[in-house]
Design a protein around this ligand. Structure first.
Ligand code: PEP
Ligand code: MN
Length: 342
């Protein structure tokens, strides 16, 4: 439910409504817009007596939230959420470029990639220490050793680190190093994992499941929000369709759809979204033109030697060209590339 206050409602009137709801056992979320204030209410709706609330001074109306997700919906929280992580903000005016290899393969490989992407203008570093692979015989990541290397790369470059956590029992270990916890596509509906990352104080990058509808994706975000973590970033990474030319079908229409339905920031991963190196830059440009809050791109010092996702990885030079190409699009969209830390 949301409670829409009258345009001229006073702070005291707002406070009386909030106190009433809290006494009744509801959780409330206040959004003060330019025109009016909206109070989001979470709890057992059968216990909310709309007539009693409507009768309180300053209340205009009580409206049910029709979507099955509540905390993630824009009705509940009309203004855009800006997620802060260390010295970065995701959502709002800044655009983030997250870049790095698919997997941390060795200290040399990761540090080389980190230096190169930083030099080219990336604002955050990615790299998986734990990798979800379709085959049990494929490289599974360096695990704890990979986390150590990521921590060293952050020290060295100043770039915040985004890395995947696949197992609820490892959330604490990964959160000790990661600036942003990534939930991979295959785990989008791992509800125990969603709840576990919801209990941390780290931002969560929630990738869209490979066969998930937008509603299912937002419901997955709802699990994290409902567990108490309000810092969720959505990431469109392509979905399964009948098309086989591309690895996935990058659903860029999800960007405006999610922005319409939700207040959460949304970024786009054109690497997994296409699976083909030559398509990464054009789709990155399109993503930012469509209003994405950032992109996540796989970059490897020598893609031909990559232990995973080499065919969609850019080399440092190609990545530098991509950054040059997207700069005018960011400016034309009235946004700015977050300045690099020096
Ligand atoms: C990744 O980012 O390397 C990854 C495994 O992505 P996804 O979960 O989208 O497949
Ligand atoms: Mn990958």
């Amino acid at each position: 439910m949301i409670i829409v206050m009258q345009p001229g409602a006073t702070r005291e009137e707002e406070q009386r409504v909030i106190s009433h709801l809290e006494r009744e056992g509801f959780k409330v979320h206040l959004s003060r817009g330019i025109e009016r204030t909206i109070i989001g209410v979470i709890g057992d709706k059968t216990r909310l007596k709309a007539e009693t609330v409507t009768a309180l001074a300053g209340v205009e109306k009580v409206v049910p939230i029709l979507q099955p997700y509540k905390l993630a919906s824009r009705d509940f929280h009309p203004e855009d959420t800006v997620v802060e992580t260390g010295n970065r903000t995701i959502g709002g005016a800044a655009v983030q470029i997250i870049a790095g290899p698919c997997a941390v393969e060795s200290r040399d490989q990761l540090l080389e990639a980190a230096d190169a992407v930083r030099e080219a203008g990336a604002t955050m570093l990615r790299g998986g220490a734990y990798k979800p692979r379709s085959s049990p015989y494929s490289f599974q990541g360096l695990a704890a050793k990979g986390l150590e290397i990521l921590a060293e790369a952050r020290e060295r470059t100043g770039l915040p680190v985004v890395t995947e956590v696949m197992d609820q029992n490892l959330v604490e270990d990964v959160a000790a190093v990661a600036d942003v916890l990534q939930i991979g596509s295959r785990n989008m509906q791992n509800f125990a994992l969603l709840q576990a990352v919801g209990q941390t104080n780290k931002p969560v990058l929630l990738k869209r499941g490979l066969a998930a509808t937008i509603e299912e994706w937002l419901l997955a975000a709802e699990y994290i929000l409902n567990a108490g973590n309000s810092r969720v970033i959505l990431c469109e990474r392509g979905i399964r369709t009948f098309e086989t030319y591309t690895r996935n079908t990058l659903d860029l229409s999800a960007v405006p759809a999610v922005k319409h339905l939700s207040h959460l920031p949304v970024i786009v991963d054109p690497s997994h979204g296409t699976g083909r190196r030559f398509m990464v830059a054009p789709m990155a440009r399109a993503a930012l033109a469509a209003g994405a809050d950032g992109i996540m791109v796989e970059v490897h010092p020598r893609p031909q030697e990559a232990l995973s996702d080499g065919s969609q990885s850019l080399d440092p030079e190609q990545f530098a060209a991509l950054v040059r190409e997207i700069r005018p699009i960011i400016t034309a969209s009235g946004r700015e590339l977050e300045r690099q830390v020096v």
